[in-house]
Design a protein around this ligand. Sequence first.
Ligand code: NI
Length: 169
Amino acid sequence: MALIEIVTWPTPVLLAPARPVENIDGAFVKLVEDMRETMYAAPGLGLAAVQVGVDRRFFVYDVSEDKERPEFKVLVNPQITAREGTVISENEGCLSVPECRADVTRSARVTVEGADLDGKPVRLDAEDLLALVMQHEIDHLDGKLFLDHLSTLKREFIKRKLKKRIRGL
Ligand code: NI
């Protein structure tokens, strides 16, 4: 297993819709293992393939509260099929938007359909933190970042901060 470099804004793979996963083979399973290591090392609650430079529609996540008992999951070709309510996702952040956080308006509950690592259909009725993680990660697969949910003013402020950070590296 190996850690993979997480790409950050404005890397193009983060800004365009990703392609569907067509087959789950040994290389795919190996990539998922590396993404697992990378997510826990970061640490993050979720990591989309595009964040490690892979143009495919899947992500890994773990929203378990007890870090002694990890609940590692993979969701392949996920889609939000229903939304309900509105909630503020407080102080949301993203490994690809380092050192920046903002409140984001999101749906309170979502239904997500996709597949697991065996290709078996998965359907999740998510609320609370899981619903927020689903929306954040599925946004990644559509080429969107939490920045895209902010007002132009706030978004431009964060982009200026990111550009300064890049110049300073
Ligand atoms: Ni993110």
